[in-house]
Design a binder for this molecule. Structure first.
Ligand code: TRP
Length: 344
């Protein structure tokens, strides 16, 4: 079919400001992959801006969000100089939308209605705000993946069903028309490929039984990358813990304390085992919080400084070349589908 290297592809959906959970759980692993796997794989990292429109959003904030996500990648170390690493915006490659329409016509209503993310998200919206876009969100995601000969898609557990759907719809088209798409690996094979670190999750500071999430309304449990170091420090100092009075790294019995240990390790570049050993058996939660607060504040100070040093011209160049190359690749896949279904 072609001689292109298999692709590893991922994207954040734009929604609200990024937080340290996104940073350590999604952005850093992807950057690591871009740096270390680009000899053997084509690396695609894009901004899912079209997916950002599926739920209510402030439209005047879309461009600022897109650019803040892009700059965050660069400040976090995304390599702008590797030839096999592509950065692009979903809406700048028209083939995503065009393939979505065709795949829509091969997708059953029932299939989409069963998606747990759709059920969860639509349950939180009033009826007149549930869009058809939210309903067929997984079809657009399948198009994102199938356009680029993708083998691996590093995503969290909440996206497993979407990966399975991508395989289903891809196979449906291949069975009917011949080898049109590369089918991505199963979710299980993805986990094996990316290793145990995937799914590492910083928890919410106020409710450490759930992961840190962009949709937390109060923002108290979440450390955003654009919080001032002082705001972040306060959030750590008021984090929920427990009344045991002895520090022990165990999420089952002490989720708050364990989350603080985990964060401290990530923020200060130490292993969790080393930090856990250092604090094991101590009794002052206040001291632990003070230490974590200092590492959060140092981290944000450095990160926010990095943001000010970004070369926007270089970033724009990288986007322009990535988008041009991906348009060509995506259009080639789209043309195979258009031809198969009789449109060409
Ligand atoms: N649905 C993904 C999320 O919310 C974002 C996304 C859109 C994506 N298209 C993708 C992820 C393609 C991987 C591949 O996290």
């Amino acid at each position: 079919m072609n001689t292109q290297k298999p692709t590893i592809l991922t994207a954040p959906r734009i929604s609200s400001n990024l937080h340290i959970g996104n940073y350590f759980g999604a952005i850093l692993p992807m950057i690591d992959m871009a740096k270390h796997r680009s000899d053997d794989y084509q690396i695609n990292m894009f901004i899912a801006d079209l997916h950002g429109l599926t739920t209510p959003i402030d439209y005047s904030n879309v461009q600022p969000l897109v650019w803040s996500y892009l700059r965050t990648f660069v400040a976090a170390g995304f390599p702008l100089d590797l030839p096999n690493v592509y950065l692009y915006r979903q809406s700048h490659i028209p083939a995503h939308s065009e393939l979505t329409w065709i795949l829509d016509c091969f997708t059953g209503m029932g299939e989409m209605a069963r998606m747990t993310q759709f059920k969860d998200k639509s349950a939180k919206l009033s009826e007149d705000r549930i869009s058809v876009g939210l309903f067929n969100y997984p079809v657009l995601m399948a198009a994102d993946i199938l356009l680029y000969n993708t083998r691996y898609v590093p995503v969290g557990d909440d996206q497993t069903q979407h990966i399975e759907f991508t395989r289903d719809i891809g196979e449906r088209i291949n069975n009917r028309f011949g080898e049109i798409f590369t089918i991505p690996e199963t979710a299980k094979a993805q986990h094996e490929f990316f290793g145990k670190d995937q799914g590492l999750r910083i928890r919410d500071l106020q409710d450490p039984t759930k992961k840190m999430s962009k949709s937390d309304e109060t923002g108290k449990g979440v450390i955003f990358l654009n919080d001032t170091p002082e705001q972040a420090r306060k959030k750590i100092m008021t984090a929920a813990t427990d009344s045991r009075g002895v520090i022990h790294y165990d999420y089952a019995t002490q989720p708050g304390v364990s989350n603080l240990i985990e964060m401290h390790a990530l923020l200060s570049g130490q292993t969790v085992a080393a930090v856990a050993a250092e604090w094991e058996g101590k009794s002052s939660y206040g001291e632990l919080k003070t230490a974590v607060a200092a590492s959060v504040s140092d981290f944000l100070t450095d990160f926010q400084h990095n943001l000010t040093t970004i070369d926007d011209a270089l970033l724009k160049q990288k986007l322009a070349s990535g988008e041009a190359a991906m348009r060509t690749l995506a259009n080639a896949t789209l043309l195979r589908v258009q031809t198969a279904v009789g449109l060409r």
